[in-house]
Design a protein around this ligand. Sequence first.
Ligand code: ATP
Ligand code: MG
Length: 267
Amino acid sequence: MKNHLVPKSGSKVKLQDYDPDFRGDYDKAKAVAETDQLQDKLENLQERLYAENKQSLLIVFQAMDAGGKDGTIGKVFEGINPMGVRVASFKVPSAEELAHDFLWRIHQQVPPKGYIGIFNRSHYEQVLVVRVNALEPKEVWKRHYDQINEFERLLADSGTRVMKFFLHISKDEQKKRFEDRLKDPEKHWKFSMGDLPVRERWNDYMKAYEDAISRCNTDYAPWHIVPANTKWYRDLVVTKAIVQTLEDMNPAYPAPEPDLDKVVIPD
Ligand code: ATP
Ligand code: MG
């Protein structure tokens, strides 16, 4: 069993090899304390990114239903200045979106310089739901892998770092979470009858994810497979990976205007 990690670029990923229950040697208290510290770093790095105004970071979240996309986004970014972050959720495409190429609606939501952009679902739906449900013929969707790689390369070459997270839960864990949603009236809104036929195709989705991760796991836009059955461990893994990436981007405050030490603010 492998831990949370970035698979080797070019290797064939088998999700069975990745344990969604993995927690390393963490218990909840230790994970939460470490996540708190990392969140302080994240806040500071985000402020520097915004002040520097030269690079941006795009973070893609993909998961099965109840995989924790919303929960992760809410937790990891809870302390971040909302001014510097934009979340985009991609639903079933509208008629206008369908009248364009599949990246048209995606490209518009890519974060501009200084910003962190969060994708709740993404262009990867085009090789997941579209493939599993044959919404496009195979000749069409099979070309999307290369097109996605080229698109992400364009972003990387243009100053946008791209990271992609697959929140990996087990089929049993999804069942538990669906049952919780059905039990709790405040969670009913999160349950949709449409989630059940998707669950029936679980194995097809896992294959589609394996191909998406294997074929689009590049050095410039890596996939992270996150063990996500345990929410506090999932949040730790995601926060840590984002902090590491931002540290590597190393955004700097712009140089101050000269002679600030001589400025006297008039009464
Ligand atoms: P939650 O997990 O909270 O239910 P969600 O992301 O599932 O949130 P929904 O409105 O339930 O939000 O579902 C959005 C739906 O849109 C998903 O079923 C997804 O597969 C679908 N979708 C997204 N992009 C595409 C696409 N390009 N083509 C077809 N369907 C898409
Ligand atoms: Mg849904």
